[in-house]
Write a protein that binds this ligand. Sequence first.
Ligand SMILES: NC(=O)c1ccc[n+]([C@@H]2O[C@H](COP(=O)([O-])OP(=O)(O)OC[C@H]3O[C@@H](n4cnc5c(N)ncnc54)[C@H](OP(=O)(O)O)[C@@H]3O)[C@@H](O)[C@H]2O)c1
Length: 312
Amino acid sequence: MIEAAEFRLIKLPLNNGVDHMPALGFGTLVPDPATTITATRDALAAGFRQFDCAERYRNEREVAQGLQAGLAVGGIERKDIFLATKLWNTNHRPERVEPAFEASCERLQVDYLDLYFSHTPFAFEPGEEQDPRDQDGNVIYDHGIALLDTWRAMENLVAHGRCRAIGLGDVGLKELKPLYEAARIKPAVIQVESHPYLPETELLEFCKEKGIVLQAFAPLGHGIRPGPLEDPVIVAVAKRLGKTPAQVLLAWAIQRGTALLTTPKTKAHAQENFEISPLPQDAFDDINGIQTRERYNTVVKTGSPGFIPRGR
Ligand SMILES: NC(=O)c1ccc[n+]([C@@H]2O[C@H](COP(=O)([O-])OP(=O)(O)OC[C@H]3O[C@@H](n4cnc5c(N)ncnc54)[C@H](OP(=O)(O)O)[C@@H]3O)[C@@H](O)[C@H]2O)c1
């Protein structure tokens, strides 16, 4: 079995044929600006080298501050970290893609990105309002634009050397397959909700066949309780192995060949979430046998972010 120290640093090859992405990633969906800075810095100090941002999170400047503090203290260079951010739904019009990308780079204080995602497949009315709604509270979509139009503009960013790879957020096979076929530059990564209650097995198989990395968000079920963190199988495996439920869930995600994003906001959780070890086969099989099925984030239905605690 692979050593724990190696397991934590697993890198997945990207289909651009050149780059590798650290499987274990830190997500920056942290609502509070001050906590964004400390959580980002602590994640870097704990060992995380993959960081996921988004213009939608409105905290790219604070992520940059956290990274710069951590890089300086740790003697870590920009090239040692893998940095991604995402294009928001209101910027899907091709002429808006490059300005949105450059604005993210400016806020993140970097001159290139390792990966740029379309956050969701939904185009919203273009403009500065990130959440455009009509008078009845319904999302205003931009029906004049197809995901492939946006993708073509993202392909240009790779062609011009502004980012190393491009990916898709919140897609299922229905959106991924036609785009994959039509794309000149294939999606390198897709970012979707995934945990033992939402294993996305068919999607993962397609991705593996095509050399696309599936990146799991909410690997801890977004910390919602009850949820995967309190699942009896997870708790039993954790007890058996002397690990925490969070460590078991993160190890499972890495072991099945996905990348992941977790968002510990404290130093203690950052260390705990980095210090994962491979699972023995029987534990891995037990987790694969979990039958509960639950999706916590409704973003795939409307393009509007949101987690639903179970039972609501
Ligand atoms: N593409 C999309 O539409 C989309 C949607 C959602 C998220 N994302 C990305 O995915 C990232 C991760 O998503 P997520 O926030 O759902 O991640 P998560 O890691 O599944 O859940 C985070 C929650 O789990 C708790 N937690 C973290 N470590 C823990 C531990 N060791 N023990 C117990 N609880 C722990 C955190 O609490 P503490 O605050 O106490 O640490 C926090 O409340 C986001 O930051 C974002 O980058 C993308």
